[in-house]
Design a protein around this ligand. Structure first.
Ligand code: ADP
Ligand code: TRP
Length: 347
């Protein structure tokens, strides 16, 4: 399949964008208190850019998906509000993008069933998330196993063309394409549109403080909007090798990769040259990273604080969003029902 992988420096906010896609869609699970640098540079920043580049952009909060790992209603409700706040603070604009909560459109679970009936077990057994849970010997429930089908339904229900995500989600989008293709072929129709991933090469996998992929589940995150002390603790805790200050440094380390997210290409070249020459201490790089990070997110932090005081407005944004999302979803669901010989949506 053709993945639209772009190569662009992390700070370059406006990469050349593919022209033909009209509907952009993505989602984020409300599984943590606050989004982290991996979420932002891997996905959210592209959400913001793409809302201006395409006819329609839909961004939702994947609360159904969070049910495979979070079993506390109050926490889900709180996290959902937090993701909405993060979205708006980062620059998603309800005038330019449709923002909604996944469970406000329960029809997505109907499409999940429809897709389930054309999804081979083997495809789901090859899913990375399922295999990782199996390898760790975890008790896997059916929700986790069928997670890629719900995600395919999210994407296909709105006729999405382009799905901005980090690299870890690429396999899920390939599966969504497969399911759409199988449904269309089996029912001899064109009800479903085949989506493509949109993954920026430079930020496809942002490393965490321990050098592995930054992820809530690894506890190696740097949160965008945490209190300064918590951010400082995370930044100072980035694992580095034990090269002495005067020795040349290997720039292929998390500390340099994370620092580069906040630097221009020229600044990066200069920093890497200093690192290779020796005489650069990791402590100084971390201090500079902290200052740049706090500066970068300051305007968003201020916007978030202002919005936080008005939770009813957030709810109103989500409610307005789902009305518009439903207008896109119903014709697609209707076409699937028609092709499959099910009754009309309103009979
Ligand atoms: P987590 O792995 O912390 O649970 P999510 O699964 O909620 O994060 O991811 C939300 C979005 O952020 C997805 O598009 C995902 O690909 C992206 N993302 C998450 N972590 C990273 C990372 N370390 N680098 C790049 N993108 C990431
Ligand atoms: N699975 C995604 C994640 O873990 C969240 C998600 C759910 C999503 N449905 C989606 C992303 C549809 C893109 C499109 O991050």
């Amino acid at each position: 399949m053709s993945s639209q992988t772009q190569s662009s420096p992390a700070h370059d906010a406006k990469p050349a964008l593919p022209k033909r896609a009209q509907i952009v869609l993505s989602g984020t699970k409300p599984t943590g208190e606050n989004l982290h640098l991996g979420n932002y540079f891997g996905a959210l920043r592209q959400f913001v850019d793409l809302q201006d580049q395409h006819d329609t952009a839909l961004y939702f909060i994947a609360d159904y998906h969070s049910m495979t790992s979070l079993r506390n209603g109050a926490e889900r409700r709180r996290n959902t509000l937090n993701v909405a706040l993060d979205y708006l603070a980062a620059g998603l604009d309800p005038e330019r993008a449709i923002l909604f909560r996944q469970s406000d459109l329960p029809e997505v679970t109907e499409l999940t069933w429809i897709l389930t009936s054309v999804t081979p077990m083997g495809m789901l057994e090859r899913a990375h998330a399922y295999k990782a849970a199996q390898d760790k010997g975890e008790d896997v429930d059916h929700g986790l196993f069928t997670y890629p089908v719900l995600m395919a339904a999210d994407i296909l229900l709105y006729g999405s063309h382009l799905v901005p995500v980090g690299r870890d989600q690429k396999q899920h989008i390939e599966m969504a394409r497969d399911m759409a293709h199988r449904f269309n072929r089996l029912y001899e129709c064109e009800a479903l549109t085949l989506p493509e991933p949109y993954i920026l090469e430079e930020t496809a996998t942002v490393p965490g403080t321990d050098g592995r992929k930054m992820s809530k589940s690894y506890g190696n995150t740097i949160a965008m909007f945490a209190a300064k002390n918590a951010v400082k603790k995370a930044v100072m805790g980035i694992v580095t090798d034990s090269t002495p200050v005067e020795a040349p440094k290997d720039v292929q380390q998390a500390v340099f990769e994370i620092w580069s997210l906040f630097a221009t290409p020229e600044e990066r070249e200069a920093m890497f040259a200093r690192a290779r020459a020796g005489g650069l201490g990791y402590g100084d790089v971390k201090k500079d990273l902290l200052a740049r990070l706090m500066d970068y997110f300051e305007p968003m932090r201020a916007r978030r604080a202002a919005l936080e005081a008005r939770p009813q407005e957030i709810e109103a944004v989500l409610r307005a969003g789902v009305v518009r999302a439903r207008q896109l979803a119903m014709p697609v669901l209707e076409a699937c029902r028609e092709a499959a010989g099910l009754g009309p949506v309103r009979g």
